[in-house]
Ligand binder design. Structure first.
Ligand code: 1GP
Length: 247
């Protein structure tokens, strides 16, 4: 419970936590470590490590190894499949893509991966994962029956199901690089029914004002990924996002 408690304590203290998503397939392990270092300088709270395509094997291990040489904040795996598991991470978002049509993203990868998580002693953080339109690469790979962005009640139904199944966190996202983030109406409706359970929001958040709208609407954690790959000054960009969402 160490990483989960760390995140929950930050939410308690600051109102909202910021997570930086690093995709090992997008750059070299050394470059990922530089991004991680700069993101920590900017005030990010933890790193999510994963991606929909090619983020496994030696590349994943080396990325984590290099990152952990540079920073001390928690590294949390965000796997697309069993290939996204590494013994070098602190924790894993042990998630089920509840609105997938493909059972492998709902329970099969989880069953195949669970013995590795146990063997490696990685902390599992139980999470319901929901993908909203446009959904991006993860929507396609995960064969998600995309939740319409103007139908909060459908997102609420899935999130309630996840909560009743015992998942502590709900991650709702529009897909990496989405042209629009999750709507404030959907975030608000989700937070209302989740109560103490934590709500993570990501996909298409590129600046402080958008992050603030998500946080003010009820997000407990904000995830940004694409922006750290695009910006020329990671520290400054993360600082802008962190400043906007913390009290
Ligand atoms: C992907 O929601 C995250 O799971 C990050 O999205 O790349 O658009 O920040 P962005």
């Amino acid at each position: 419970m160490r990483v989960e408690k760390y995140l929950n304590d930050i939410i308690e203290r600051d109102g909202t936590a910021h997570l930086t998503l690093i995709d090992p397939a997008s750059q070299s392990p050394d470059e990922s470590a530089s991004i991680a270092f700069a993101a920590v300088e900017g005030g990010t709270d933890a790193l999510m490590i994963g991606g929909s395509t090619g983020a496994g094997g030696i590349l994943l291990d080396q990325t984590l190894f290099k990152i952990k040489e540079q920073v001390e904040i928690p590294t949390i795996l965000f796997p697309a499949s069993i290939a996204g598991i590494s013994s070098h991470a602190d924790a894993i978002f042990f998630m089920s893509l509840l609105n997938s049509r493909d059972i492998s993203y709902i329970t099969t990868n989880q069953a195949m991966g669970a013995p590795l998580v146990y063997k490696y002693g990685i902390e599992p953080i139980s999470m319901a994962y929901l993908v909203v339109e446009p959904g991006g690469t993860v929507g396609w790979i995960g064969d998600a029956k995309l939740i319409p962005r103007n139908k909060p009640e459908i997102a609420v139904a899935y999130a309630l199901a996840g909560k009743y199944l015992g998942m502590h966190y709900t991650y709702i996202e529009a897909g990496s690089g989405a042209n629009k983030p999750i709507s404030p109406q959907m975030i608000g409706a989700l937070k209302k029914i989740l109560g103490e359970n934590k709500l993570i929001v990501g996909g298409g958040i590129r600046n402080g004002s958008t992050a603030k709208i998500c946080a003010d609407s009820g997000a407990d954690m904000i995830v940004t990924g694409t922006i750290v790959e695009e910006t020329t000054n990671v520290t400054e960009k993360i600082r802008e996002l962190v400043y906007a969402i913390k009290r």
